[in-house]
Design a protein around this ligand. Structure first.
Ligand code: HSE
Length: 409
């Protein structure tokens, strides 16, 4: 098969855009050339000559010389319009914008089918780990039971720093920003929303069902405190921001929560900016993918792989969407959680199916119990998932702890 010559119009020259520029310079065999780069900021100093840049989108989108648009900007709505116009103009598109893709996936799939152009976005999930291509191709005929793991590099970096070197949350976040891991709006990382966006994309490629990110239950790491890490440490557990999706018959269970993670879980050994995703399927059992989940080169490597795939005219086929299965989101599913809070204990207890431990410390309560996913958004305070294997031990130790008083409620 002959490779197409690629002439690229690049949107964005931030961490990933610059990374891609450098990576392409080092990959001459690909025959991919950046024709023009469109940027927003007219004042910012650039590392390459000004002649490479334009501030006008139409110089790329309506340029007949350009046959691939690579979209690496942070504004999801602007990215959506760029991607849509590019496809309408018959250009192949590569994007890393998980927010834009997760929020518009149905429309984007319809557009690429209408205009018959490739639209690839491997870099949108877990940066350099080729998880989308694997879900799309390798697991095509496999019945996938679950996908779980760590899909946000910044939060994993922050959690690792906080627990291993005692770095304070704000400082660890600053470091993640300085290293180019965090989103321009880091709330997306620490609130869990970035992981939710990625989970929405993973589910679409695993089971052919697009779930709008607003429908996925989540909690971030921004409310965790030293006391939560102390409890983890006493039990030789780590706290990781875990992403979870599983399929049971025609039901899909999805959520993103910080989770106490024991050494039996491969996520326990995923540190710093690394991500790790476990895919469990009927016949292969478990596969674990790990690699750097953020940063210039790992992300650029996935963009490069998509550009290379476009040179062979590769497209996602979304075969699982066409198999016609109707899968419904299960929000009645109950998860075991640790919840630290102040306020009305009676009211909080009504959200739970079962309370295993409830203790009071310095005006705060800690509750361990099982709660339906639909009730988690009502919990005002940090929530940490508790795996079955450590539930009883953790609950018993809280109930017996000398520093914690069983709550009289
Ligand atoms: N902010 C994202 C993360 C970048 O930290 O994972 C990669 O998607």
């Amino acid at each position: 098969m002959t490779r197409k010559k690629l002439r690229i119009g690049l949107f964005g020259f931030g961490v990933v855009g610059q990374g891609l520029y450098e990576v392409l310079e080092k990959t001459p065999a690909l025959h991919a050339q950046i024709v023009k780069i469109c940027v927003k900021d007219r004042i910012k100093e650039r590392t390459i000559a000004a002649s490479h840049f334009t501030f006008h989108q139409h110089e790329l989108l309506y340029n007949d010389v350009i046959n691939v648009i690579v979209e690496l900007i942070d504004d999801a709505e602007a990215a959506y319009h760029i991607v849509k116009t590019a496809m309408e103009n018959g250009k192949a598109v590569v994007s890393a914008n998980k927010k834009m893709i997760a929020e518009h996936l149905d429309e984007l799939i319809a557009l690429q089918q209408k205009y018959q152009v490739p639209f690839l976005y491997e870099a949108a999930v877990c940066a350099g780990i080729p998880v989308i291509r694997n879900l799309e191709e390798y697991y095509d005929n496999e019945l996938i039971h679950s996908i779980s793991g760590i899909v946000n590099g910044s939060t994993n970096y922050i959690l690792t720093k906080m627990s291993e070197t005692g770095t304070d949350y704000q400082e660890a976040l600053r470091e993640a920003q300085a290293a180019g891991y965090a989103e321009s709006d880091p709330w997306l990382d620490v609130s869990g929303r970035d992981a939710v966006n990625k989970l929405s994309i993973l589910v679409a490629h695993a089971w052919g069902r697009w779930i709008h990110p607003d429908a996925i239950v989540s909690k971030g790491i921004d409310e965790l405190a030293t006391s939560d890490f102390e409890i983890a440490s006493v039990h030789d557990l780590k706290i990781r921001l875990k992403t979870f999706a599983s399929r049971k018959d025609n039901r899909l269970i999805t959520y993103v929560l910080p989770a106490f993670t024991s050494s039996n879980d491969p996520a326990y050994r995923v540190n710093g900016v690394f991500n790790g995703v476990e895919i469990e399927s009927s016949f292969a059992d478990k596969h674990y993918f790990s690699g750097k989940g953020a940063g210039a080169y790992p992300t650029a490597s996935a963009v490069l792989s998509d550009i290379s795939a476009i040179s062979y005219d590769y497209k996602y086929e979304y075969k699982k969407r066409e198999s016609g299965q109707k899968l419904n989101l299960d929000l009645v599913f109950s998860v075991n959680v640790y919840f630290r809070f102040t306020g009305n204990v009676h009211k909080v207890k009504t959200y739970f199916d079962e309370v295993k431990a409830l203790v009071e410390r310095e005006g705060e309560y800690i509750l361990i119990g099982s709660i339906p996913l639909s009730k988690i958004p009502y919990l005002n305070g940090p929530v940490i998932a508790v795996p079955d294997e450590i539930l009883d031990e953790l609950a018993a130790s809280l109930n017996l702890s000398e520093t914690l008083m069983p709550a009289e409620v």
